[in-house]
Write a protein that binds this ligand. Structure first.
Ligand code: UDP
Ligand code: MG
Length: 311
């Protein structure tokens, strides 16, 4: 039975040639037949044959759309492109490596049919995820929770469903440093959460290198919180008070005792300490300033080199 509604599925792909055809097959199998659908593959500057695989999939299936970037713009920007061009009554985003199991899609859709406008998912950590990844993501979410005012839960994934109402609002977000896991909970609307167990990566290797993860974490923190700046003020004040007291003590020692000659050790320690803290604070300010600088240019989030979507 056709419901007359359409589902958009958004899939960012970066060097996913090995697993993509299988992914596509599995995905289609789990889209309820009562809905029309479109799948938007975003080729995020892959260096392998991912784009050729997408082209051949699109040739066989008129519901497949593609957007190919001029270079690698990163996962979040690829998601943004998907959200920008999605035309469905709701949009579901998921990874191309089958770690976000398409088998969960019917459940997301059921929640949407019940009236939820955003259906988030949380990864239920599993052996398939490396210990290092579990630790680093656990630490990140803890930091994020204590530093920012948005409620981001541990293991929140970029696997979610959003209604077209939310999609319409999301298209209005002009920011360059995107962090959807923060933006989406911040948006409000009727939200709910579904948990899933992540599979092992079906093919290929992780595209989130340590560097990309650090960049992502820094974006998440600085895009959602000015608390690090405030912390530098607090820390700065405490240290200023301590230094001042120590200064008074030094003056006292000099004037009223005869112990004033030594002191090289304490001198060097305090100089190094104050210097270190100073650099740290400057670094925090620099991070925000740098982001402001780039954001201020208003450059597009991505450049498209090829697409079969008519704009
Ligand atoms: N991805 C992307 N651009 C990038 C890095 C990753 O589009 O620069 C895609 C990738 O193809 C996958 C998803 O983002 O569909 C998540 O990446 P991955 O599975 O490598 O990350 P992990 O699951 O290891 O965190
Ligand atoms: Mg993955």
């Amino acid at each position: 039975m056709e419901s007359g509604k359409k589902i958009s599925v958004i899939v960012p792909c970066f060097n996913e040639e090995e697993g993509l055809a299988t992914f596509n097959q599995t995905l289609i199998q789990f889209i309820p037949k009562s809905y029309a659908y479109e799948i938007i593959y975003i080729n995020d500057g892959s260096k392998d044959n991912t784009f050729q695989v997408i082209l051949s999939l699109a040739q066989d299936n008129p519901n497949i759309r593609y957007i190919s970037f001029s270079r690698n713009f990163g996962h979040q920007n690829a998601l943004k492109a998907g959200y920008d061009f999605a035309t469905g009554d709701c949009a579901i985003s998921l990874d191309a490596d089958l770690q976000h199991p398409p088998a969960v899609i019917p459940e997301l859709i059921r929640k949407w049919e019940e009236g939820f406008e955003i259906v988030n998912t949380i990864r239920n950590d599993h052996q398939s995820i490396s210990y290092a990844k579990k630790m680093s993501s656990g630490l990140f979410y803890k930091l994020m929770k204590s530093l920012s005012d948005v409620n981001i839960e541990n293991g929140m994934a970029d696997f979610r469903l959003i209604d077209k109402k939310v999609l319409k609002q999301l298209k209005l977000f002009p920011e360059n440093f995107l962090f959807f896991r923060g933006i989406i909970p911040w948006m409000g609307f009727k939200q709910t959460t579904v948990t899933f167990v992540a599979n092992e990566r079906f093919a290929g290797t992780t595209k989130y290198t340590f560097r990309k993860m650090l960049k992502f974490a820094s974006t998440g923190l600085t895009a959602f919180s000015v608390k690090p700046l405030r912390i530098s003020i607090y820390l700065g004040s405490v240290i200023a008070v301590l230094s001042f007291s120590y200064g008074l003590y030094a003056v006292y020692t000099h004037l009223f005792t005869d112990r004033a000659v030594t002191g090289w050790t304490s001198m060097i320690i305090s100089v190094l300490f104050i210097g270190g803290i100073n650099l740290l604070m400057l670094g925090i300010i620099g991070e925000y300033l740098g982001k402001l600088f780039i954001e201020n240019k208003r450059r597009p989030n991505y450049l498209i080199s090829e697409t079969n979507i008519k704009v």
